[in-house]
Design a protein around this ligand. Structure first.
Ligand code: FMN
Length: 491
């Protein structure tokens, strides 16, 4: 409660903390003294105990934050008495919003308190839920939790708040070994569509002051436990604070329906990561960059084109997902007829999905071993996703997207304004990658009439194929990334 109150006060809010367990507040006697019409004592409680101090606060406040340890699967008895006594006011005059903070010994013990909060405060009193926070065992009072609660209170505009409790794995389940040069912890943040994103935060050890920061995501259909995490951890070893996040609707991030993709929301995911990084005490908000891998390379360029807080962008082995969605691989189905067929299929699928309530799944890589006659890039993908970097939450390692998940990419080009990106951009591609044409074309489009051509670069890596830039530490040009980001941030 203290951390929340500190954040909220520093944000200019008036906060009154009532330490209910130190007060003498009895339960409601149901005498109905408070509800006697034209008695002169309506909305007044007959019991003249410490609740009398609380009533005026309740009537003046816009938001109530209930904070309690979990006792026998619900609120503490003291808080329960105070809640029951709200009965006298019926509905507090100015109250519009509520939030809930719970601590407990064990996990999964919150449903009693949450039930009461949802039914009595959100539904009965008609309050808007601004967030629920829980901490059990060692989480209770931990610096991370206190920071989370401080950030919650400190939001300038308490609208975009976490509404979803995510189940985050605590053990190291990445597809690459943990580095002893960095600290790792999981964090969550919310995008402007209200979707809670899960991320791995990698902080270089033995650093002080404000760090330069980089948010990483991709490839499209991968999870942060795969190469985005490898990139993030490696860049953290080089002194950057980095964040590898799961996109909306995938991995450990929230969002329904699952396995959906959106040119807009996924671009927003990068900006939400920048929101998060910008307010961290140990981050210099003027030194924030992003890295997008594969499909997320294109999304990173779109993010750089709309979000001027992003000072440097790397697009590694990038895809232009709008282009492949609308025109097929290698532009092989670039016709109105082919697009019409695709739209017909998607449209029919929608009705069926709505009828049955089943989104189905489509995609994912081919199982190993891939048939000899399959194109090289199909084999290349499978060996990564099904083989050396298999991950249980990865879409590409498993059943892919929901059947209409990425449908809007075909009608919503994402690279329209990349020639107006003023900040630094590095596009890196393997020369032998099947996707190389997309990197080269994006670079050409970015340079066309660009007001700042001097800070843009295309780096082609001889002999490298698409997934070399996923996890081949001999090929991924981390030295180059480092000099690129420092160069961009120092300007
Ligand atoms: C009377 C009592 C009942 C409790 N009941 C539960 C319970 O049902 N489930 C649980 O996980 N913890 C239970 N606890 C443990 C508290 O929730 C836990 O100690 C709490 O996190 C303390 O929070 P605080 O340090 O913020 O006061 C109980 C503790 C007390 C004293």
């Amino acid at each position: 409660m203290g951390a929340f109150a500190k954040g909220a006060r520093e944000n200019g809010h008036q906060v009154d903390v009532v330490n209910i367990c130190q007060k003498k507040i009895a339960g409601c006697m149901a005498c109905e003294y408070c509800h006697q019409k034209e008695s002169g004592h309506e909305r007044q409680c007959v019991q003249k105990d410490d609740m009398q101090e609380v009533y005026p606060l309740l009537d003046e406040a816009e938001m109530i934050v209930l904070a309690s340890p979990v006792y026998y699967h619900s609120f503490s008895g003291q808080l329960q008495c105070a809640i029951n006594r709200i009965y006298a006011l019926d509905k507090p005059k100015c109250l519009k919003k509520a939030a809930l903070i719970l601590s407990s010994g064990s996990d999964h013990v919150y449903s009693g308190a949450i039930f009461e909060y949802q039914n009595s405060f959100l539904l009965y009193l008609g309050l808007q839920d601004m967030g629920m926070f829980t901490a059990y065992g060692k989480e209770n009072g931990s610096p991370e939790k206190l920071q989370e609660l401080y950030n919650f209170g400190n939001r300038r505009n308490i609208i975009m708040l976490k509404t979803e409790k995510l189940n985050l794995t605590q053990e190291w389940d990445k597809t690459f070994p943990k580095s002893d040069k960095v600290e790792h912890r999981k964090v969550t943040f919310v995008n402007r569509y209200g979707i809670t994103l899960a991320a791995d935060l990698y902080t270089p050890k033995n650093t002080e002051g404000k760090l330069a920061a980089i948010a990483v995501s991709g490839p499209f259909g991968a999870v942060k436990e795969q190469c985005a995490g490898l990139y993030a951890q490696t860049m953290a070893e080089r002194g950057f604070l980095t964040l590898a996040f799961d996109p909306s609707f995938t991995g450990e991030s929230g969002g329904q329906p699952r396995y959906t993709a959106s040119p807009d929301i996924n671009t927003e995911d990068f900006s939400a990561a920048v929101d998060f990084l910008s307010v961290q005490d140990n981050v210099d908000p003027e030194k924030i960059g992003i890295i997008g891998i594969c499909g997320w390379g294109g999304l990173a360029l779109n993010a750089a084109a709309i979000d001027t807080r992003i000072k440097a962008t790397v697009a590694s082995t990038m895809y232009d997902l709008s282009r492949t969605a609308a025109k097929g691989y290698f532009d092989s189905s670039d016709s109105e007829e082919a697009r019409h067929q695709m739209r017909e299929l998607y449209s029919k699928n929608r009705t069926e999905i709505y009828r049955t309530g089943d989104y189905g799944r489509v995609g994912g890589c081919m199982p190993l071993p891939v048939p000899e006659d399959a194109p090289f890039f199909v084999k290349d993908y499978s060996e990564y996703y099904k083989g050396r970097a298999y991950h249980v939450r990865s879409l590409n390692s498993n059943e892919g997207w929901n059947t209409i998940g990425p449908l809007s990419f075909m009608n919503q080009p994402i690279l329209c304004y990349i020639n107006e990106i003023r900040s630094a951009v590095l596009i890196v591609h393997g020369e032998k990658a099947h996707s190389c044409y997309m990197g080269k074309d994006a670079y050409a489009a970015m340079m066309e009439g660009n007001p700042n051509p001097e800070n843009k670069e295309l780096l082609l890596i001889p002999d490298a194929v698409h997934t070399d830039l996923y996890d081949n530490l001999e090929v991924i040009p981390f030295d180059k990334f480092e000099t690129f980001f420092w160069g961009a941030f120092e300007k």
